[in-house]
Write a protein that binds this ligand. Structure first.
Ligand code: SF4
Length: 336
């Protein structure tokens, strides 16, 4: 097994992990809340290093990421384990699994990078389960990927500590973060976590120069109060900037949350309008079938710039990061 980074050795062979905001104190023979960082004789091990539950070539729009490497493919990797226990998890079969619960494929960092290039991907995404648990592996693969000119993407719940994020920052281009709600109550009850560390990590990722996009899954009756949505949008504008892409996505019943239906599209549309009115320049709807607000429009003149349908994207009236109609500068990253 691979020794972990980001931990301290304590007395009586205990260790304290500093990878995520849980900062688990782990006795010898035990594991942290994520289930995949193990204390063996006073040494912390990253049990999932190089152990892959799924690899696939996805459009980068599927992450979703709309303002970096648009209309390209991303070599996407997942493992098992998670530091959140969300009741509505869509990937519960891997997030709740342990290393011995399913057949995992061994994939060396070098092989991952070669596969990404062979499959004509422009980036590598650590996704499907929480990538923070994969810190050492993502670091090793990401450093190689950057040398080969590939982009690097975390699809994350944002519960990473400042020190771990700083360690990642030289190799990580994009931090696609879920802000699941804007109340601590939701985070505690539904995810087994807290809100503030997610906000802190998002601000830190921005300070470290990463490209950030925020996903907000709207769940009927749990986080769809317009006041809460407004507070979240204002926080994003003030702390991450009005040009931060904001994906307002539709809930579908899953895992332990089967007691409510999908989010009405009108609810999502109301939040979209609110976001525009409050000053966010690039809100989007997600998990909706062929909606015009999946596409990118010029915030100044309204021209269609990147047309999206499902996971396909076509650049329309956009050249050299400018709207071809009015010349407005549009923030997106076409090369890394
Ligand atoms: S990564 Fe987080 S949940 Fe896992 S052991 Fe470390 S502090 Fe605990």
């Amino acid at each position: 097994m691979h020794e972990a980074l980001q931990y301290a050795k304590l007395e009586d062979r205990k260790v304290q992990c500093s990878l995520c905001a849980h900062r688990c104190l782990i006795k010898e023979g035990s594991h942290g809340i994520c289930g995949v960082r193990l204390n063996r004789e006073g040494v912390l091990y990253a049990a999932t290093y190089g152990r892959v539950s799924a690899d696939a070539v996805d459009p980068i729009e599927k992450k979703p990421l709309y303002h970096i490497l648009p209309a390209t493919l991303s070599y996407s990797l997942g493992s098992v384990g998670c530091n959140f226990h969300c009741e509505h998890c869509q990937n519960w079969h891997i997030s709740r699994a342990g290393v011995d619960d399913m057949g995992l494929m061994d994939l060396a960092p070098e092989t991952g990078v070669s596969r990404a290039k062979e499959r004509r991907c422009a980036s590598i995404s650590w996704t499907y389960n929480e990538p923070t648990m994969w810190h050492e592996y993502a670091l090793d693969m990401g450093r190689l990927a950057r040398k080969e000119g590939l982009g690097t993407v975390y699809v994350t719940n944002g519960y990473i500590t400042e020190e771990a994020l700083t360690e990642l920052s030289p190799m990580l281009n994009a931090f696609r973060v879920d802000i699941k709600a804007f109340t601590d109550e939701f985070y505690k009850k539904t995810c087994g976590a807290k809100l503030q560390p997610v906000l802190d990590a998002s601000v830190k990722a921005r300070e470290l120069g990463m490209h950030i996009e925020v996903v907000h899954l709207v769940i009927p009756g749990l986080n769809d109060d317009p006041e809460e949505s407004g507070a979240l949008i204002r926080w994003i504008i003030d702390n991450l900037g009005p040009e931060t892409p904001f994906h307002i996505t539709r809930f579908h019943p899953d895992y332990h949350m089967q007691d409510r239906g999908p989010t009405p599209v009108q609810t999502l549309e109301k939040i979209y309008r609110m976001a525009r009115e409050l000053g966010l320049r690039y809100p989007y709807l997600g998990n909706v079938f062929q909606h015009r607000w999946e596409s990118t429009y010029c915030p100044k003149c309204g021209e269609l710039l990147i047309e999206r349908s499902g996971f396909s994207a076509r650049i329309r009236n956009l050249k050299d990061n400018r709207c071809e109609k009015c010349g407005e500068k549009i923030p997106y990253i076409s090369h890394v």
